[in-house]
Design a protein around this ligand. Structure first.
Ligand SMILES: Nc1nc2c(ncn2[C@@H]2O[C@H](COP(=O)(O)OP(=O)(O)OP(=O)(O)O)[C@@H](O)[C@H]2O)c(=O)[nH]1
Ligand SMILES: [Mg+2]
Length: 317
């Protein structure tokens, strides 16, 4: 199951929701006091029921979600907390519906419609106020989840490496996506997705935040985004090495990360030297976004990998 975070609903605060329901009720009329009160209650019932079920139903089923999305949402907002908050919305829905049903019975049974209505408004407002934190949390989670990219099923190449080695510069030179480039580490803080056309379709190119060479449990939230892309999305990894160390990190550390990545992910790893205008190592493909050296070779290499893969798919039926 895939996921489009842009489709998630905006969530009102408790006060906004109370105002919305009561404002709609204030416009309702009836032939007499009793009928008017009953109509107001059924309007509030509909507004709340529709509202709560829309919020709940527009969230995906987190247990059936593709692992990349589930783990990404967990890293960004916390799947457990989202589920708990949705459960409290369901609770508020059933509580408010029960209160309204009882009030309707009281009015039909002859109690003063205005007095029942006043009491009902108070109780409904108090239930909704109790889930204010959850409503606010769901809205914040939605805002945060907007960073999650929409992905295609095209052959996917994930660019990885130490911070500041030139990943985004190369991704920007070869694909449609233009992430920010700067001369300090951790410029890229989320996943960027771009495309390169090849003979039979397109290649999905993913730029990731820089990784330090350290155990997974010590990685920060930004690095985790890169790990998730490597683990779940990569058909091939392009590992960028900056032999000039102008990135601020020793070559030895970069090689140690490369070793780690080759050991942990079961896909081909293409090793590239960046900033070739500043050095003359040529025992690997060397690219420079300034002189253009190696850029066409890199693109051709990726196209060949993608086409070999699509041939394999074609022959395997
Ligand atoms: N001389 C030279 N500098 C480069 C080249 N490619 C990138 N740089 C510089 O290296 C610095 C880092 O570039 P980025 O593309 O932002 O590096 P990154 O790996 O995406 O960095 P993070 O997002 O922080 O992990 C910038 O100052 C770039 O201008 C290159 O081919 N030659
Ligand atoms: Mg970057």
């Amino acid at each position: 199951m895939t996921f489009n975070p842009k489709k998630l609903p905006t969530v009102l605060t408790s006060q906004e929701l109370i105002d919305k329901a009561f404002r709609r009720a204030s416009k309702v009329t009836g032939r007499n006091r009793k009928e008017k009160a009953l109509n107001k209650l059924s309007t509030i019932s509909n507004v709340l029921e529709n509202y709560f079920s829309r919020i709940v139903s527009e969230h995906p089923s987190y247990d059936n979600l593709d692992s990349f999305y589930r783990e990404m949402i967990d890293a960004i907002a916390g799947v457990g907390q989202i589920k708990k908050s949705l459960a409290s919305l369901k609770w508020a829905n059933s509580m408010t519906q029960k209160i309204i049903t009882k009030s309707i019975k009281r009015i039909k049974g002859g109690q003063d419609p205005d007095a029942v209505l006043r009491a009902t408004y108070g109780r409904i407002a108090s239930i909704i106020e109790q889930i204010d934190d959850e409503l606010r949390f769901l809205n914040e989670a939605k805002q945060k989840m907007r960073e999650i990219p929409t992905l295609s099923s095209d052959f996917t190449v994930v660019f990885a490496g130490y911070p500041n080695v030139g990943k985004s510069s190369i991704v920007s030179a070869i694909s449609t996506v233009k992430p920010e480039i700067a001369s300090y580490p951790f410029t890229t803080r989320k996943i960027y997705v771009g495309y390169v056309d090849h003979g039979r379709g397109r290649i999905q190119i993913i730029d990731t935040p820089g990784l330090l060479d350290r155990p997974i449990e010590k990685r920060n939230r930004i690095e985790k985004r890169a790990i998730l892309a490597l683990r779940h999305l990569a058909d091939t990894i392009v590992f960028i090495i900056d032999p000039t160390e102008t990135c601020g990190f020793q070559l030895e550390k970069q090689f140690s990360l490369l070793f780690e990545i080759k050991n942990n992910f079961d896909v081909p790893v293409v090793e590239i030297y960046s900033k070739s205008d500043l050095h003359d190592r040529r025992d690997r493909l060397a690219v420079s976004v300034y002189t253009g050296e190696g850029i066409d070779d890199l693109v051709n290499l990726l196209k060949n990998l993608a086409e070999t893969k699509s041939e394999k798919i074609a022959t395997n039926g």
